[in-house]
Design a binder for this molecule. Structure first.
Ligand SMILES: O=C(O)CCC(=O)C(=O)O
Length: 246
């Protein structure tokens, strides 16, 4: 792995957010947008109502090569592997989000469980953006290093998880990027989304390590594994199988 890639891993682990700028080629981006818009139409979500966030989950997304590839993209996987220290990350969740303008954005929060601590670096989300995000429209804002406050610590077993008030009062900084870039986010980092004035689409995967999971993570993984038992493996793209299967 070369230095810029190592830097993204280190930045994500240190700050809770890291970005691979302009990763997709023009062609991948244009095919990705085409497939994205098509699946929303196919699933009767329409062209989007102002002020709404529409999501599509799960294996339905795998019907489109341009989307399916984003979940097993070798470069993206190599960064995830570094962040989680896991050679074969488990793809626990596949999803797309579409925000249709004007949308007020998303308030300050953590995706960690309030009142609980998490095992360090056991889960990471990717957001492959198909539109630019900037301060004036849809930037993700976050509090660098806040994820660390949610982690269990052997050195400090009495450590208490952050409160809702602390999360509201953090010092948030913006992450801006161009369409075709990938944002890596540790779920616990405190984050929010600025008001949205133009279409904001992205494809997101949540990956976990295969060990060092706590009871609630184990339960979530087991639910996914049970659900996937009903899905014939032949319907899953070959390159994705090793991440999709536990
Ligand atoms: O849309 C985004 O960039 C983040 C949305 C969000 O806050 C979340 O899914 O927890």
């Amino acid at each position: 792995m070369n230095n810029p890639d190592q830097k993204i891993i280190e930045t994500t682990r240190e700050n809770g957010v890291g970005i691979a700028h302009n990763l997709l080629t023009e062609e991948e981006l244009s095919l990705g947008r085409e497939a994205f818009d098509q699946i929303y139409l196919d699933l009767d979500k329409g062209p989007g109502e102002p002020g709404t966030r529409d999501s599509i989950w799960g294996e339905a997304l795998l019907k489109f090569t341009a989307l399916e590839r984003l979940f097993s993209h070798p470069y993206i996987i190599s960064i995830i592997s570094g962040i989680l220290d896991e050679s074969r990350p488990f793809l626990q969740k596949m999803k797309t989000n579409r925000y249709t303008p004007f949308h007020q954005g998303v308030g300050r929060h953590t995706d960690g469980k309030l009142g609980e601590l998490s095992p360090p670096f056991s889960m990471v989300s990717t957001q492959v953006f198909l539109d630019n995000i900037e301060i004036d429209s849809g930037a993700l804002i976050y509090v660098p290093k806040s994820h660390l406050l949610h982690y269990e610590s052997v050195e400090n077993p009495d450590h208490q998880p952050p409160t809702t008030e602390q999360i509201q009062e953090g010092h948030y900084v913006p992450a801006e990027l161009k369409a075709g870039s990938v944002l890596f986010r540790l779920p616990e980092v405190w984050h929010a989304v600025k008001p949205i004035h133009h279409l904001r689409r992205y494809v997101t995967g949540t990956y976990t390590s295969r060990d060092c999971v706590n009871a609630s993570m184990t339960e979530n993984v087991e639910n996914v594994v049970q659900f996937r038992k009903q899905i014939p493996i032949a319907t899953i793209p070959p390159n994705l199988r090793r991440f999709w299967q536990f």
